[in-house]
Each structure stands twice: as structure tokens, then as C-alpha cells.
Design a protein around this ligand. Structure first.
Ligand code: CA
Ligand code: CA
Ligand code: CA
Ligand code: CA
Length: 492
């Protein structure tokens, strides 16, 4: 509840501030500029069911953005699970009640069923075609469960329009939302009318440079390499490794190499300096490669813990406990929760010097938990790790503050270098839209986050790609997961 109060407060005080692009990150403090269009809260009699609530809209030249409250926790891209939904968005995109499906006085040209993940187009000739969420360029955040979601819909995907310039005059979109389980409709009668005037000025998304900010920053790279694709198709991996020059690498889904083969590959691509070498550790499909030899290592479920001595800004040495995570996928909610509980309990035991601790650390060690957390389920699976809020306390022990005096761990923002996106997984033929499955969580009392980003080469301009020695399709050719990069200064 506290998190929700914070962004509502921002919404009130920031009115009148300069326009900001909507960042698709599942955080809603970027919505302060957009006016609320409708309040539909409190008209569903049964508690515990979905209740479409407040709705905001915004747009840029190529996208319509919506922010919607759902009244209870739901998984937006799921109609089957206990917290799924059957919310649909009905859009009249051509300003004509004469075209599309006649529905409540509207000519609905496009219906987007979020939970069912089906887009239905009602053509002018009465023909109906069905496509996927990806066909309309739909992005929804957060990917894990929530009671509030932000949406990005490509204007070129929902109508015969490439962008705002080709909208009808006046540029008006009419729509309503309905939860087909409870029947709750937003608005109760008629439709929302939203005008999309061309925004003033250029839309600028400040790009994030690939270079680290200081040579002494420690660079972590995280990547799920898609069924050992690095073995079969090494070129895009080699190109991004040369461009990004990490010090620590956490790979997931790399089963076809021994740790010696993985070390040999990275040594060939990133030759170590005089007297230095790459080191490796492996557990099942997770492989951790590092410029420092792990002083200790351990396994928790299928996840790998390594402890390194890393240089601080002042030239001293501090312990860094690095968890390379690949937890169960998809609808395996309980198994994933269990692994997240067990991993963060392992950090608690290391932190407190418990006799149960898997490795011996110092009380001031830094910690990073990173990797493919498969966060398509309950938000609490993530919060267990971030906040030390263990779900099964009976089995895994007490809650604690994983960031010591700072409380929770911090989740690195990891925005794309050249767009306001944060998804870390994308596979266009899938029924699922792009999502944020991968995370870097760290203790910010011991580590200062510096440059950090997610790499998605298809959206990078040609000059940026050429300067980095990358090719446009490198990201999708490498994997369905994207490369994450986070630089840290190790505090004294
Ligand atoms: Ca946002
Ligand atoms: Ca409602
Ligand atoms: Ca129509
Ligand atoms: Ca209603």
C-alpha cells in the first residue's frame, strides 16, 4: 500500500511539470502529466473480484499509452490462473460507427483481449481476423502481477495509421474497457473519447552510452543464452562481449559447455591482461565467469553463489557475494517462490554468519542477485528477494533486511539504451508480449550503481551500432532474452 500512496502523491504535486516520455517499467511516477480520463472504482459488488478503476491516457507520435487500475492483483497476460483476467479493450480507431463491430453505439474496429492474448480486427467488409498482442505492438508493464498496469499500443498496429500524421481529422480514438468475467465496464455507458493532437517539439529519449563511466567501475553482464545458443551461434555473443567488456558474466541456459570451454571462449574474445586470467564456475545451466577467482562457491537449488574479493574505490578489498539465478519458468509459481525464498534465506545466513550459511562471508559483504528470475508470476516472488520478505517462513526462516540498514535490495532500472523500454525478454512469434523477466538486485549500502542498461540492437541507430562493432539483429539472433549490463562502484 505504501508504494501506491507514493505515486499518487507524485501525481498530484507534479501537475504542470514538463512533459516526460512514458517509461514502460511498471513504475507510474512518469504519469504525472497525463490527465485522468475516468474513475470507475467501486461498482463491483463482490470483493476480491476485478474492479476496473481509474484510467489515464497519454500518447506520442507513434503510440497510445494507457494506465489502468484493476482493483485487485492480476496477471495481465493470463486468463487461466487464479489471478488471471478477461479484460478487453474495445477500440473505434477510425472515428466511424459505420465501420467495425456495432457495439453500444460504437463501431469497434479492434478488440484487444489482454488475458486471452488475442487481438480481433473487425474489417470494413464484416470480416473478422485474429492476431497476437505482438501484431499490434502491445507492451504491458509490470510483467509480474499488479493491480495497476501501463500499456503501450503502437498506433500503426491498431489502425490503418503509421503514426499521428495519418489519423483522421480530428484525431480522435473512442474506446471502452470491459472485464468479461464480472461485466464491469469502463465507462458504464458510452465510450471514452481521446484526442491525439501532435505533441509539441521533438520526442527525445536520451540514449545511454555503452562505455562505463569510470575505468575502475566493475561491470556485470547478465544473459540467458537460449538453450546454449552461444555454442551454436557464437558471433553475436562475441560482438557484444567485445563491445561491453564485462568483468563479471552471469550466463543462464548454458548447458552444452563445460566451465573450461566457457572460460576458453571468453578468454579468446576478451584476452586478459598480463598476469591475469578468466575464471569460471558452473551449476547445471548457470555459468559465472569472472576476472577474479571465486574465493568460495556454493549451490542453492540450481542457482550458483560465488564470493569474490573485489577492489573498492579506495584501493581496499571488499567481499562480493554474487548469486547467478535461473529459477523455474512460466506457471511454476510455487517452485519459483520456493527457490527465491531459499536463495534470499541463503543470503540471510551468510549475512548473519549463521552456522547454516553455505559460505563464510563478512558482515559487510556486498551482494548481487541477478539472472533470469522468470518473473511472469506473483509480484511477491520478486519481493521475497528484494525485501527479504520470505513467503514460507515456516520452512525458510524469518524475514530480514537484505540491504542491512538500507532495508531492501535495489533493483537496477536497466532501461534500454535507445528507447524508454525495460523488457528483457522478447520473442515476436510468441503469444506473449515483451516482458521483464530478468533482474539485477543489489545492496546499495555496499555498491553504488553507475551506468546500467538493457541492450536491444534493433532499435539502436546505425552510428551507435558501428561504433560498438554490433550488427542490427545481434540481440534477437543471440537469444529471446536481452543482455543486461550494470556497473558498480564498490564502496569503501
Ligand atoms: Ca512507467
Ligand atoms: Ca469498476
Ligand atoms: Ca469504426
Ligand atoms: Ca463500471
Amino acid at each position: 500500500m505504501a508504494r501506491r500512496a507514493t505515486w499518487l502523491w507524485l501525481l498530484l504535486i507534479a501537475a504542470g511539470a514538463s512533459a516526460q516520455p512514458i517509461v514502460m517499467d511498471g513504475q507510474f511516477d512518469d504519469w504525472c502529466e497525463a490527465g485522468m480520463l475516468h474513475d470507475d472504482r467501486g461498482d463491483v459488488p463482490t470483493t476480491g473480484t476485478l474492479d476496473l478503476g481509474r484510467l489515464w491516457a497519454a500518447h506520442d507520435r507513434e503510440h497510445l499509452h494507457l494506465l489502468l487500475e484493476t482493483g485487485r492483483e492480476t496477471l495481465m497476460q493470463d486468463a487461466e490462473s487464479p489471478i488471471g483476467n478477461r479484460i478487453s479493450l474495445f477500440l473505434d480507431v477510425d472515428g466511424s460507427a459505420e465501420t467495425g463491430l456495432r457495439r453500444d453505439g460504437l463501431g469497434v474496429d479492434v478488440q484487444i483481449a489482454f488475458g486471452e492474448k488475442i487481438v480481433t480486427r473487425h474489417g470494413p467488409d464484416g470480416q473478422t481476423t485474429q492476431t497476437t498482442l505482438n501484431d499490434v505492438g502491445l507492451i504491458m508493464m509490470p510483467t509480474h502481477s499488479s493491480d495497476t498496469f501501463e500499456y503501450q499500443i503502437a498506433l500503426g498496429g491498431i489502425g490503418p495509421y503509421a503514426d499521428l500524421a495519418t489519423l483522421p481529422d480530428p484525431p480522435l480514438i473512442r474506446f471502452f474497457l470491459q472485464d468479461l468475467t464480472t461485466g464491469d465496464r469502463l465507462p458504464n455507458e458510452g465510450s471514452i473519447e481521446y484526442l491525439l493532437p501532435a505533441p509539441e517539439g521533438e520526442e527525445v529519449h536520451e540514449p545511454i552510452a555503452l562505455e562505463r563511466m569510470a575505468p575502475s567501475d566493475i561491470r556485470l553482464l547478465v544473459h540467458n543464452v537460449l538453450k546454449s545458443n552461444i555454442v551454436k551461434n557464437p558471433e553475436p555473443f562475441a560482438r557484444y562481449l567485445r563491445a561491453l567488456r564485462p568483468d563479471l558474466i552471469c550466463f543462464q541456459e548454458l548447458e552444452e559447455w563445460t566451465v573450461a570451454q566457457a572460460v576458453a571462449f571468453v578468454t579468446g574474445v576478451l584476452p586478459p591482461g598480463e598476469g591475469q586470467q578468466w575464471h569460471g564456475a558452473q551449476q547445471a545451466d548457470v555459468v559465472t565467469l569472472s576476472r577474479w577467482a571465486p574465493a568460495q562457491q556454493a549451490v542453492v537449488d540450481e542457482n550458483l553463489i560465488c564470493r569474490f574479493d573485489v577492489p573498492t574505490t579506495g584501493g581496499a578489498v571488499r567481499g562480493l557475494v554474487l548469486f547467478n539465478m535461473h529459477t523455474p519458468c512460466c506457471a511454476f509459481y510455487e517452485a519459483r517462490q520456493r527457490e527465491h525464498d531459499r536463495a534470499i534465506a541463503a543470503w540471510r545466513d551468510i549475512l548473519t554468519g549463521s552456522p547454516e550459511a553455505l559460505i563464510a562471508g563478512n558482515p559487510d559483504d556486498a551482494v548481487i542477485l541477478c539472472g533470469d528470475f522468470n518473473m511472469v508470476g506473483y509480484a511477491r516472488e520478486l519481493y521475497a528477494v528484494r525485501d527479504g520478505d520470505i513467503f514460507d517462513n515456516e520452512r525458510f526462516g524469518g524475514d530480514f533486511a537484505p540491504g542491512r540498514a538500507h532495508g531492501s535490495l535495489v533493483s537496477a532500472p536497466l532501461r534500454h539504451t535507445h528507447s524508454p523500454q525495460t523488457y528483457t525478454w522478447r520473442w515476436d512469434p510468441s503469444e506473449f508480449g515483451p516482458g521483464k523477466l530478468d533482474y539485477v538486485l543489489f545492496s546499495d549500502d555496499a555498491l553504488k550503481l553507475k551506468r546500467n542498461f538493457t541492450l536491444w540492437t534493433p532499435e539502436m541507430p546505425a552510428e551507435a551500432l558501428a561504433a560498438a562493432g554490433l550488427e542490427p539483429p545481434d540481440s534477437p539472433n543471440a537469444s529471446d532474452h536481452l543482455v543486461l549490463v550494470a556497473d558498480f562502484e564498490v564502496r569503501e
